[in-house]
Design a protein around this ligand. Structure first.
Ligand code: NAP
Length: 481
């Protein structure tokens, strides 16, 4: 049976990061396993019209692969995907990736992971790095009658490129960050667009700009200026990032006020404004930015539906107020099963225990990288790693931590590592205490807890504190074998 020292599952932002960190530190050999036929993860999958990043590109990129020629402040999805392909090419990763290889099962026995793919290929690895992404598995509500709907229906992360949208009656269900981007694009081509809103979302102004050619030339010629641009963005986002989720902080109040002004400036009808105005704090859910979302509701072909969905009857969505909304296409912008890799792979750890059982009540982890009872399994973009900043920062910090850990194990001839249960419990207490001081999910629900009672997705601090936490690993918190 094939054996690898390190198996990296996924070749998106995290998988590429893990591979390059290992390569730079001379740790290996490793191999990446990717279920699709290309790298890029979320930026390969999300191809809906209008997809863009809502973190500035000079920060939403690897610290070791700065790109001088981003076309605009918030790059379109396709450009980010191309960037990831370029980075993977430059670091010669393509030869180290098994594409179209979806791992579905992994069991830890005899001090190694025994992995199996959907096609029945089996191999073993000393270590598994899960780089599966946090917002990845689409969540589609179970609406009665959906299976009999005669038209096309699909999730935004599984965009049907063959769907003919022109002059159609389109329903978009959900009003999160994705809808804020996709709906204004659909409104341009649809005969009718019905946006089904269960809870309004905060929308702030988007200060996007195209970079002038002279500016791009300067960034190409002057690496110090390029680094300074990233540094300035980092300073700006990091100094406000954490305070933004602190109730009553100056930046929290100012951002909410700016979003209220944005709504007032863009929507004339007081009745419509009232329906679009959230009744919870600005950072209860992850806020969004757009200059085109609100004005869209003033178009004749766009309707905001705020009554809940009861069922689908033939080609009509029936809402709880008894109204019937005839549509040709349904777009589910209903989010993801967040930050739970047991949705994707059946991992069996110590004594054959299933990860889904370990996580039955709470998605417990240590420093967002290690899982109790799952030896030699390391997570990037793991639970409690989502922040209000560039995910690259969290992912790079975790990649470096994993390298430190493997290097320590090599140097000390350790074969296995799991976090001590006391360390996991201490980490959980830290998360619960820190989260309780934030605005997140206070008066609303969002993927920050994904419906459960434990805040398993977000990091309730700044990326600086996340990086500081992962700067060193404390061998005493871990159990080596
Ligand atoms: P989301 O934020 O989880 O929003 C899902 C939406 O669907 C919510 O409005 C939710 O309503 C609604 N919904 C869910 N089930 C429903 C049901 N049964 N009936 C009616 N409505 C239902 O998902 P998302 O918009 O895809 O965004 C997820 C995250 O992905 C973002 O927060 C962001 O981190 C990331 N993202 C980033 C970008 C970017 O620019 N970088 C773009 C898109 C997404 P409730 O609020 O009432 O639950």
């Amino acid at each position: 049976m094939e054996h690898f020292k390190i198996a990296i599952l996924g070749a998106g932002v995290s998988g590429i990061s893990a591979a390059i960190y290992l390569q730079r530190r001379g740790i290996g050999p490793f191999r990446l396993f990717e279920k699709a036929s290309d790298v890029g993860g979320t930026w390969r999958d999300n191809v809906y019209p209008g997809v863009e990043c809502d973190i500035p590109s000079h920060l939403y990129s690897y610290s070791f692969a700065l790109k001088p020629d981003w076309s605009q402040e918030f790059a379109p999805g396709a450009e980010i995907h191309e960037y990831l392909r370029d980075v993977a090419k430059k670091w010669e990763l393509f030869e180290q990736i098994s594409f179209n290889t979806e791992v579905e099962f992994g069991a830890f026995t005899d001090d190694r992971w025994h992995l199996r793919t959907k096609c029945g290929r089996e191999f073993t690895a000393d270590y598994v790095i899960s780089a599966l992404g946090g917002l990845h598995v689409p969540k589609i509500p179970d609406i009665p009658g959906l299976s009999d709907f005669p038209g096309k229906h699909f999730h935004t992360a599984r965009w049907d490129k063959d769907a003919d949208l022109a002059d159609k009656r389109i329903a978009v269900i959900g009003t999160g960050a994705t809808t804020v981007q996709v709906a204004p694009e659909l409104a341009k081509v649809a005969r009718e667009l019905n946006v089904f809103q269960r809870s309004p979302i905060w929308v702030g102004p988007k200060r996007n700009r195209r970079f002038a050619l002279e500016d791009i030339d300067e960034m190409r010629r002057n690496p110090a200026a390029l680094r300074k641009r990233r540094w300035d963005l980092w300073k700006g986002w990091e100094t406000i990032g954490y305070d933004l989720v602190v109730e009553g902080s100056q930046v929290n109040r100012a951002s909410q006020q700016a979003a209220v002004h944005h709504l007032e400036a863009q929507v004339r009808s007081p009745e419509l404004r009232a329906r679009l105005l959230p009744g919870y704090n600005y950072t209860c859910k992850r806020p969004t930015i757009s200059n085109t979302y609100y004005p869209m509701f003033e178009l004749d072909n766009v309707k905001l539906v705020t009554s809940g969905i009861d069922r689908i009857d033939g080609d009509s969505i029936i809402t709880l107020d008894g109204l019937s909304h005839q549509v040709d296409i349904i777009v589910f912008a209903t989010g993801f099963k967040s930050f739970n890799i047991s949705n994707e792979i059946d991992f069996r750890g110590e004594g054959g225990v299933a990860l889904s059982d370990v996580w039955r009540d709470r998605i417990l982890n240590y420093k967002s990288v290690l899982v109790p009872q799952m030896p030699n399994l390391f997570m990037l973009a793991g639970p409690n790693s989502a922040g209000l900043t560039s995910a690259f920062q969290m992912i790079e910090a975790a990649s470096n931590y994993v390298c430190d850990l493997i290097q320590h194990m090599d140097e000390n001839n350790h074969r296995t590592v799991v976090p001590r249960l006391e360390s996991v419990e201490e980490f959980r207490e830290h998360i619960v205490k820190s989260f309780s001081k934030t605005t997140q999910n206070k008066g609303c629900t969002s993927w920050w807890t994904d419906g459960g009672d434990y805040p398993h997705t977000s990091w309730p601090g700044s990326s600086i504190s996340y990086r500081a936490m992962l700067q060193y690993f404390e061998p005493r918190a871990l159990e080596f074998g």
